[in-house]
Design a protein around this ligand. Sequence first.
Ligand SMILES: Cc1cc2nc3c(=O)[nH]c(=O)nc-3n(C[C@H](O)[C@H](O)[C@H](O)COP(=O)(O)OP(=O)(O)OC[C@H]3O[C@@H](n4cnc5c(N)ncnc54)[C@H](O)[C@@H]3O)c2cc1C
Length: 619
Amino acid sequence: MSMYDKSIGKEARASLEFAEGQREAEWKYPSFALELFHGRFDTKLIHPFPKQSPEDKQKGDAYLAKLEKFLKENLDPNQVDRDSVIPDKVLKGLADLKAFAMKIPEAYGGLGLSQVNYNRAIHLISSYCASTAVVLSAHQSIGVPEPLKQFGTDQQKKKYFPKFVDGMISAFALTESEAGSDPRNMSTTAIPSEDGKYYILNGEKLWCTNGLIADVIAVMAVTPPKIIKGKEQKQITAFIVETDSPGFEIVHRCHFMGLHGIQNGLIRFKNLKVPKENIILGEGQGLKLALMTLNTGRLTLPAASVGIGKWCLYVCREWSCERVQWGLPVGQHESIALKLADIAAYTFAMEAMTWMTSFMADDKHKDIRLEAAIAKYFCTYHSYRIANETLQIRAGSGYETSESLKKRGMKSWAVERTLRDVRINQIIEGTSEIMHLFIAREALDPHLNRTKALMTSKTSMGEKFKAVLGIIGYYVPWYISLWIPVVSAQTDMHPKLDKHMRYIKRTSKRLARLVIHKMAKHQKKMATKQSVVNRIVDIGTELFAMATACSYADHLIKNEKGKENALDLADLYCLSARKDIESFFRGSCSNHDKQSLSVSKKLMAKSYEWLENDIIKVA
Ligand SMILES: Cc1cc2nc3c(=O)[nH]c(=O)nc-3n(C[C@H](O)[C@H](O)[C@H](O)COP(=O)(O)OP(=O)(O)OC[C@H]3O[C@@H](n4cnc5c(N)ncnc54)[C@H](O)[C@@H]3O)c2cc1C
């Protein structure tokens, strides 16, 4: 049985089906975002805005104060950028602060930070030195500690957790030269030894962050196929690989546009023996493990994005007041004034979404797969946009390097480095395009489950008839409910926020209608109609951002003296989001996608090669 249309081709279908087989099928806990896509607005899942317990906050505050002091006294981010290395004494100092064991439970000697406190730490470090934040995050958001924490055996935890407390660094290796977004292309193999005690690893992994300095790496490799439902299925398994094992080789250190301090490379395994006890979660469960780890792991990127957004806000505010041109501080010229307000409103929205999703992760009784992916996509997109606008506001001084500015006695804000460093966040841990596909797949899941029996030719007529009755029984009342007007959002928020909450409730019904209309129109082809699906995802994303921004503003107004004007920021963000949402709805009915896709097809067939004339082409 396949959910996908034959017209996309055998290979594309195989990749989609493979990914489908690895997804977490069950929804054990509620998800606010999932409900939104289905026209339901469950306010209590996001309101009141969650609060850190006083003990957890105190623990986080104390650790952040230590980290900040250490970083300011010992780490020069410009030096890291210039020398392309984080000095050993900094890594050692971070290890002494147990920064490589932030998420390791206290029982093993780690700091046992909550997700909120861990993200607060990454947020702080990112606002100062992105390379350092990425080294720490590659190690414990996706590297060995997180999968072991979630799925490791007691033996694995006992063996490795104390080592992380001592400063051992780990990495995560999924990507290969031919397997970027599509893991089905993976070719690194792990073949069981004859005595069954080991797996023999062969292959290469690309762009492995920390790969050059890590003592252990979580490696995804292909183990022998299994026959499942009569069909041979590729198996991907996760292994803990110790880099001092014979057969481990660093082939090349990769250098990038930004993040100069990370030690990222092409690594090779040549007949490397991994004990079978080093499998995490089980044979064939590797990709599932990677996806489930990323549900929480991904939340570090929104936290880093907010840290960067706030730093940009600070730079823009100071500079816009002090820089005078045409007789006025530049912040008083309307073009810049509008940018400033936009930066403040979106930084606020990113902050709201980041802490909401971090709290949801700590709650453990909420399904956060959609919320985490939305937060990753939303925050990485807007933090880059904000950094870019910051450079525009700083203009020539933004383009000049920090060290050059310093040498001529100017304020040395490293805006150009920040822009270089922040760009990668839209690519790592799932590109923005893949986030759209992921969000769409998960958001449509309840519909796909209900209509599965009709989509497959293998279902008997009797089963199909039963499915149709079930579908009618569910969809008729549900569809009618989507047309019932929304009178109230039933919140106790400030009227300005309540008005936006009403809009979210109303628009979530409109979104659910759009989803069902498009599904009815495109049926099996929906999965590849990315132009259609992307607008649906973007509407859901903005609605989720609006809801978290309103809930956060309400919390600040009621609980934190001096922050009552958060109302302005939430209101401004919501007004801007509503404009975008309306444009996505309009685009869903009337657009020029057909013309764009036609031009793109011709472009790939070299029809417009003439437009590339009179340039020097080098590869
Ligand atoms: C600095 C850095 C650090 C990294 N760290 C790690 C690490 O620690 N561990 C690790 O395993 N990997 C790491 N990576 C790899 C990173 O995760 C990949 O770059 C990312 O997954 C995308 O893969 P790709 O670059 O091969 O792009 P491709 O998959 O080749 O994609 C090319 C373009 O096509 C788009 N695209 C692809 N498929 C689709 C589709 N089905 N629909 C729509 N659009 C599509 C993509 O979004 C992208 O825009 C790192 C990369 C960098 C640059």
